[in-house]
Design a protein around this ligand. Structure first.
Ligand code: CTP
Length: 398
């Protein structure tokens, strides 16, 4: 996503500048070329040298630097994205007015491409009508905003927006701005993830080793492509990705109900969850005491959620299933794809090292209903998620 991208990070003078260092670092580590432009006030908070060391590139702080007279105009033109973090009330006011009184505002006035703004200021300043008007004017010009959020400010606790979003949130929004124009933009994508838990009694459950990582990375990647994402998740320990709507479920029956509720509005359903195929037929309402001898717990099948989607799916929607197999995986997956009337099935071999449950990588093959197979070599689950979404996008019509 970030490799080869050129980002200008415009920093104005607020205490949130300390988070801009980490943002500059993360963008650089992700592969972006990051040119930092500081206002005079920002350079009071963080010295240019800090950003130079973090990005490995010279930092622009003035219009009057020797041999760099036109650097700001070139950057305005060449950057894939300009991120303003933090954007103070003063910077927003100057940008909204079209002032060009320092290197950053001059760059902004020359900028025609995408700009993402992460405001940070005192909560009363953000609530002020003057600031609201400036934000409105900039939104009207097509600039994207992230935050500010409610949280502690330098001056103490606050229950109103003012605090700059965290670097990872800004990065997710930046990726979404850069991805504008993707076939998933404006579509509704439902992703299921994680295991289910089927109760034996109030304290014991039947579950599986699914970590939810594949589904969470799919939800994250789909949101960055501009989709409205609903993540229906079984019990996992992962943090919900930025921007997605999380629906937490426990049992396969809960999952089935959530999918049925979301499906009529879904353009894409990706069933990455590992729902239990069987559940104890009569869970006890009291804790079962230990008894001598073997224990047999009668089990009954749960509903096959994917199979049931055929009847209620939206016309033109794309339905993606997963198959975790052992031995002759492709053939077994193809049979599942046909049996469940799927558009795509993502297959992995449970016995292969680095693939499947509870690891950060995966090696999959993506099969489509026309009989094509695309093998994605061992890669991070995020990279695999992007390969799956490329296959989904290729099927979206209109
Ligand atoms: N799945 C589902 N409902 C279930 C169980 C699984 O919709 N009750 C979905 C999974 O989310 C996955 C796909 O079906 O996308 C395949 O899951 P898998 O367990 O491999 O397939 P099954 O159809 O259960 O077949 P089997 O376990 O016999 O291989």
């Amino acid at each position: 996503m970030w490799a080869g991208r050129h980002v200008v990070l415009g920093v104005s003078g607020g205490i949130a500048c300390y988070k801009s260092c980490s943002l500059a670092r993360r963008l650089t580590e992700a592969g972006a070329r990051v040119d930092v432009v500081l206002t005079r006030a920002a350079a009071e908070f963080v010295r240019p040298l800090t950003f130079e060391a973090l990005t490995g590139r010279p930092v622009l702080t003035s219009l009057w630097e020797r041999d760099r007279a036109l650097a700001h105009v070139r950057l305005a033109d060449a950057a894939d994205l300009v991120v303003l973090a933090p954007a103070t009330a003063q910077l927003l006011a100057r940008a909204a007015q079209g002032l060009a009184d320092d290197v950053l505002t001059t760059l902004l006035l020359a900028r025609t491409g995408p700009v993402l703004v992460a405001p940070a200021m005192n909560d009363a300043m953000y609530a002020h009508e003057a600031t609201a008007r400036n934000v409105e004017a900039l939104v009207g010009r097509g600039w994207a905003f992230v935050g500010p959020e409610i949280g502690p400010l330098a001056e103490g606790p606050s229950d109103r927006p003012g605090r700059m979003s965290e670097p990872e949130t800004i990065m997710a929004h930046a990726a979404r701005v850069l991805r504008r124009g993707s076939a998933l933009a404006g579509r509704t994508v439902v992703v299921t993830a994680g295991p289910t838990r089927e109760p034996i009694d109030p304290v014991r459950v039947v579950t599986n080793r699914s970590s939810g990582k594949m589904g969470y990375r799919l939800a994250e990647a789909a949101w960055e492509r501009g989709a409205d994402v609903v993540l229906v998740s079984g019990p996992v320990t992962l943090q919900a990705p930025v921007g997605v709507r999380l629906r937490s479920v426990e049992t396969t029956e809960d999952l089935e109900r959530a999918v049925a509720a979301e499906l009529p509005g879904a353009d894409v359903l990706i069933m990455a969850a590992a729902p239990a195929d069987y559940r104890p037929s009569s869970p006890s309402t009291a804790k079962r005491p230990r008894t001598d001898g073997a224990l047999a717990i009668p089990m009954e099948p749960t509903a096959d959620i994917l199979r049931a989607t055929v009847a209620v799916r939206k016309a033109g929607s794309v339905i993606v299933g997963f198959a975790l197999e052992t031995g002759d995986a492709i053939q077994k997956a193809r049979t599942k794809l046909e049996g469940k009337a799927l558009d795509l099935i993502v297959v992995n071999d449970a016995l292969e090292p680095g693939a499947g449950f509870d690891v950060d990588t995966n090696r999959v093959a993506i099969l489509d209903r026309e009989g094509n197979a695309r093998v994605v070599p061992l890669a991070s689950k995020r990279e695999v998620a992007d390969a799956i979404l490329d296959a989904v996008e290729a099927r979206i019509v209109g």
